[in-house]
Design a binder for this molecule. Structure first.
Ligand SMILES: *Cc1c(COP(=O)(O)O)cnc(C)c1O
Length: 376
């Protein structure tokens, strides 16, 4: 066997899990009580703990981030068919949720500094049909929440943040979910904080929390009354227990991510042609992803670099590529060229392997391979 074949695989992410003992200890009481889902003890405990951790008045747990988006949209009483301004530089879930909830996505471009929604372009897209803005805190970089709020107030629009990447992020010492009407998080295994699958709807408006309580449970109010036509999006006790375990470690996980990100930057920022996004002012980060953008004059183009890394068993991701408007189910309704910055970045960006247990040796190996291909 030659050296190549011996090289172990480095994946772009790996879930952060408790020890088996810790998880078993957490689920014992579920077996004793035999209350396995429907707002049980673990569920209630996790909601309270997350309210505290995320520094927001109301947290409603749901089955996943996608259902959080759909239910958030349903909860706000916006005119059906209304237009929602969002970006195509996101996971397809964001756009799917808008359509599945009965609204029409309108794509706004992103900016070149942090790849979040280009606030300067929002007002041009507002029509009398516009009901909301649904921006994404991409990679954990926060949108310009203050300017978005001003635009929303001026035109009477709702603001829903897709904060799937932004767990634990703070802006001006406040939890990021304090901005907008609603923020949603994803607790999918690949995210900074996970409950295997899971998600949350966060809001400071108490009346939304009460409605979401029904909307995630078929719209049921009590045994004999149903108020809304809604799906099932409840989180069960076993996942809530996983969430409780993982919350104990999340600060350590974020710190480990920070150290890894520093190392990558130290090693790779000398390579001209590789751009890292800058630290945002006033933001306490979560280091969810590490995107690097390659300039078009690099020796090896993005796709070739990704293929070659794969040959060395290093799996990076083209994230986000393609942009949502290019997918088969969207391309007949949208033109990707209308968001030229998102389109351009999607062709040049990769996210590097990043998870708490990634060893420094592995980080060095990834950096060395990139250096070898682009510089040596
Ligand atoms: C992960 C993700 C979602 C969906 O969350 P799930 O928990 O996987 O359903 C939505 N939006 C963005 C930006 C995401 O990254």
């Amino acid at each position: 066997m030659n050296n190549k074949e011996e090289e172990k695989s480095i994946f772009v992410t790996s879930p952060s899990l408790p020890s088996l003992d810790e998880y078993v200890a957490e689920i014992c009481s579920i077996f004793e009580k035999k209350w396995v889902t429907n707002m049980g003890e673990k569920h209630e405990e996790l909601e309270k703990k997350l309210q505290n951790y995320l520094d927001v008045d109301n947290v409603s747990l749901v089955s996943n981030g996608h259902m959080a988006l759909e239910i958030a949209l349903q909860s706000l009483e916006m005119a059906k068919g209304g237009e929602i301004i969002t970006t195509p530089f996101t996971f397809v879930s964001t756009t799917n949720a808008i359509i599945r909830a009965g609204f029409t996505p309108v794509f706004c471009d992103i900016n070149t500094t942090d790849y979040t929604i280009d606030v300067d372009s929002i007002e041009n897209l507002i029509t009398e049909k516009t009901v909301a803005i649904l921006p994404v805190h991409v990679y954990g970089n926060i949108c310009d929440v203050e300017r978005i709020q001003r635009i929303a107030e001026k035109y009477g629009l709702k603001v829903i943040y897709d904060a799937a990447h932004a767990f634990g992020v703070k802006y001006k010492n406040k939890g990021i979910a304090n901005y907008g009407d609603i923020s949603i998080f994803s607790f999918h295994a690949t995210k900074v904080y996970n409950s295997i699958e899971g998600g949350a709807i966060c809001t400071n408006r108490d009346e939304i929390k009460n409605k979401v309580y029904m909307l995630r449970d078929f719209g049921i109010k009590d045994a004999e009354s149903v108020e809304y036509i809604a799906p099932n999006a409840k989180m069960d006790e076993f996942r809530a227990a996983m969430g409780i375990c993982n919350l104990r470690r999340v600060d350590d996980d974020i710190e480990k991510r920070r150290v890894i990100v520093e190392k990558y930057r130290e090693n790779l920022s000398k390579i001209t042609g590789i751009t890292f996004l800058n630290q945002q002012k006033g933001v306490q980060r979560n280091y969810a992803y590490l995107p690097i953008t390659l300039s078009s004059d690099m020796r090896m183009g993005r796709d070739e670099l990704v293929d070659n890394l794969q040959k060395s068993n290093i799996f990076v991701r083209k994230y986000f590529y393609p942009i949502v408007s290019e997918f088969d189910c969207y391309k007949s309704s949208y033109n990707a060229c209308e968001t030229p910055i998102a389109l351009d970045i999607s062709k040049r960006v990769i996210t590097l392997p990043l998870y708490p247990d990634l060893s420094m040796e592995d980080v060095e190996r990834v950096c060395y391979k990139i250096w070898e291909m682009e510089v040596k």
